[in-house]
Design a protein around this ligand. Structure first.
Ligand SMILES: O=CC(=O)O
Length: 385
């Protein structure tokens, strides 16, 4: 498809610079095209289709330069992503950057932050005089100092559409795995020494249980959609109540007080952004309000839970279990008590670790970077509070 489009463009001599979502609009896009682009991204997030990302028809030297932070360790999808970015940008890896020449630093207009882990410090910003945008792949930007970055006149963008489905899937996977003690089951099945009596390690059922979602943004809402298929009773707590039609569509009930949700839920799932307000949102008091049969699932950020309080609660069976895709630090030190409890499942922050999500995050990030560089409305800009 890329190839035939390239041919068409070359044959008919269209614009040199092809926007990933809009197509051949040239360097400056019409406002209506930007709205179409936003709608397209919403559709993508709803339907998870693959899209064309346009075609490189500029020589590498003419393309805006992007510095790639931490694009290593991507299990084979790295080349795919790099190819996508190369259609629009001249890529500079961290390794090239470190052995840099002044000239190269001056060329860099954007930074692509991969896997939402590396941070950007003042020193890096000071060394990039023409930087305009930091494109984070992922939705959470708690690793970035937004105020400091903005003081350099640099914009920050994220990729909310790409992450919603895969992160909601991981939430469901953790809930089911913890409920049915899947990890213990795997160990028992492969261990030659253990007596295989399922009755010794009974799980609990997710179907018809009560799920409390804390943080009903787009990921939380996708969790609710999935939970509905399990006939779960759904409670949610959020800063802002969702519209009535949205609540009705998934059968979710709003709890103005988080305490009510904690007291009633069999499964509590954390889906909030990490902010100063949500830092250690769940501590000893909150864990104490949960049912002793309840499970805590965290797919947001580790620091939303007071981890010491969680260890104590799990050791003393204040709650039944925890299933965590996020911790602090990541990974946990090998002697961390959470790693020695059999009522905990931990995954290594893999909410968006799918081939499809990585590609879609790159596509969203590219659209954001191009919009900034072309002085157009930015699909997903993040502002300092
Ligand atoms: O952790 C994943 C994200 O922030 O998107």
């Amino acid at each position: 498809m890329f190839r035939s489009r390239t041919l068409r463009l070359l044959m008919f001599g269209q614009s040199k610079f092809i926007h990933p979502f809009i197509g051949s609009c040239g360097h400056r896009y019409h406002r209506s095209a930007i709205y179409k682009q936003r709608n397209r991204m919403r559709q993508l997030s709803a339907g998870r289709q693959t899209i064309s990302t346009g075609t490189k028809v500029m020589a590498e030297g003419e393309l805006p330069a992007v510095l790639i932070l931490d694009i290593g360790g991507t299990h084979g999808v790295l080349e795919d992503l790099a190819a996508l970015l190369k259609k629009h940008f001249h890529l500079i890896t961290m390794k090239e950057f470190l052995g840099n020449k002044e000239e190269m630093r001056k060329k860099i207009q954007s930074v692509f932050v991969f896997e939402c882990r590396p941070t950007i410090d003042r020193e890096l910003l000071e060394s990039l005089p023409n930087l305009k945008v930091i494109a984070n792949s992922g939705v959470g930007v708690d690793h970035l100092d937004l105020k400091m970055i903005s003081s350099f006149g640099v914009k920050v963008t994220n990729t909310p559409h790409a992450v919603a489905d895969p992160t909601a899937d991981i939430g469901m996977a953790l809930m089911l795995a913890s409920a049915r003690r899947l990890v213990e089951g795997c160990h028992i099945a492969v261990s030659p020494d253990t007596k295989y009596f399922a009755v010794n390690w009974l799980g609990v059922e997710v179907t018809r249980a009560t799920l409390g979602i804390i943080g009903m943004g787009s990921i939380g809402y996708k969790v609710a959609q999935r939970a509905r298929a399990f006939n779960m009773r759904i409670l949610y707590h959020n800063r802002n109540r969702r519209r009535k039609e949205e609540e009705e569509a998934v059968g979710a009930h709003y709890c103005a007080k988080m305490e009510d949700l904690l007291q009633q839920s069999d499964f509590v799932m954390l889906v909030v952004n990490l902010t100063p307000e949500t830092h250690k949102l769940i501590g000893k008091k909150e864990l104490g309000l949960m049912k002793p049969t309840a499970t805590l699932i965290n797919i947001s950020r580790g620091a939303v839970i007071d981890q010491d309080a969680l260890v104590e609660a799990l050791q003393n069976k204040v709650i039944r279990a925890a299933a965590l895709d996020v911790t602090y630090p990541e990974p946990l030190p090998r002697d961390h008590p959470l790693l020695n409890l059999n009522n905990v499942i931990i995954t290594p922050h893999i909410g968006t670790a799918t081939v499809q999500a990585l590609r879609m995050m790159a596509e969203e990030a590219i659209a954001n970077m191009l919009a900034v560089l072309n002085d157009q409305p930015i699909p997903s800009e993040v502002f300092p509070k």
